[in-house]
Design a protein around this ligand. Structure first.
Ligand SMILES: CC(C)(COP(=O)([O-])OP(=O)([O-])OC[C@H]1O[C@@H](n2cnc3c(N)ncnc32)[C@H](O)[C@@H]1OP(=O)([O-])[O-])[C@@H](O)C(=O)NCCC(=O)NCCSC(=O)C[C@@](C)(O)CC(=O)[O-]
Length: 302
């Protein structure tokens, strides 16, 4: 099996992981989580979202969180900005990268960002232009790339179409997301092949929710294609408020354990990462949703 020798992981725990929590998580806890992730060796962290607090109340403290982070050189801090209002608000926090997020499915686009796919592209275009003019990197996220909670299975042609539109407006990197975790390895490979028609392999990443326990298998299927960038969420936190029943992203701890076993370099210290996951899980009053973290924590008390 041919796999890349290095993988870059983006921990989306502070953003994707916490956005769906019902009880408010104080900004100080989010900031501490970011600090622990960078201490564990994460070089890219998705910190927060500049979205409507009416839609996602948990992200209402975006400015406070960004202002509170003690930045480390070499770490990229990204934030979600769905429109110009969000982008302009984000500037004070000096993000290294902004993420615009749309969907391969019309119904999910409407539910998540309150507009059609075509309207979303019209909204994103000025955001991309303004960000790039300021030298801020732009990542695009494509939700529901294999399945949609409202429309069912999504054909690769729709992935290709959305990828093309993102490329046309100047998006530099595309994250292909299995929002509800229904993808299986061959389906995910087909979605990636469709996205690869418009984005180079170095400009593409996978974002897999683990609802059906397929996320690691899907990650491995992407590694076999040469894809080397993935999102993951510490302690398997998260879920999208507009994808009912979907669980969190694949746990970063589980991905790192697998990559370590494959001899693939990540620069991440698994023990410190497990500590970061325990920190936030203790705060939330639950166990980390990671098999690797659970095994490592159990071993520590033996
Ligand atoms: C996109 C909008 C804002 C459109 O929301 P809208 O209601 O269509 O926007 P609008 O332009 O009509 O404005 C309505 C109100 O929202 C305000 N507003 C407008 N924009 C902003 C903003 N940026 N920040 C703060 N406030 C904003 C605006 O000022 C106004 O306030 P009012 O006058 O009523 O007081 C809304 O639908 C929204 O915030 N949606 C949140 C979606 C979200 O965060 N979803 C979760 C993240 S995506 C995800 O998790 C998936 C991903 C990326 O992980 C990949 C995967 O797994 O699939």
């Amino acid at each position: 099996m041919q796999v890349p020798s290095k993988v870059k992981l983006v921990d989306v725990g502070p953003r994707d992981g916490l956005q769906n929590e019902k009880e408010p998580v104080p900004a100080a806890v989010k900031i501490e989580l970011v600090h622990r992730l960078q201490e564990a060796g994460l070089r890219e962290i998705e910190v927060t979202s500049y979205v409507s607090p009416k839609w996602v109340p948990q992200m209402a403290d975006a400015a406070e969180v960004m202002a509170g982070i003690a930045r480390r050189p070499g770490v990229r801090y990204s934030v979600l900005t769905p429109n110009m209002k969000g982008f302009e608000a984000s500037l004070q926090g000096k993000p290294d990268e902004i993420v615009i997020f749309g969907a391969a499915s019309e119904a999910f686009s409407q539910r998540n960002i309150n507009c059609s796919i075509a309207e979303s592209i019209d909204r994103f275009a000025p955001v991309v232009e303004a960000a790039r003019a300021k030298g801020i990197r732009v990542r695009g996220a494509m939700s529901t790339a294999v399945g949609c909670p409202y429309e069912g299975e999504i054909a690769p042609e729709r992935v290709e179409m959305f990828a093309r539109r993102m490329k046309e407006i100047g998006v530099q990197h595309l994250g292909v997301a299995d929002t509800i975790g229904v993808g299986t390895p061959r389906k995910v490979q087909r979605a990636m092949e469709a996205a690869l028609k418009h984005f180079a392999i170095d400009d593409l990443s996978g974002h897999f929710h683990d609802t059906y326990g397929q996320a690691l298998a899907n990650t491995l299927a992407c590694l076999e294609m040469g894809i080397w960038q993935f999102d993951a969420s510490v302690a398997g936190l998260g879920g999208c408020p507009y994808a009912k029943g979907a669980t969190g992203n694949v746990a970063t701890e589980d991905v790192v354990f697998m990559l370590d076993g494959l001899g693939i370099e990540t620069g991440i210290d698994l023990d410190k990462l497990v500590d970061a996951g325990k920190f936030i899980s203790d705060f939330l009053g639950r166990k980390p949703n990671s098999r690797a973290a659970t095994a490592i924590l159990n071993k520590r008390v033996q």
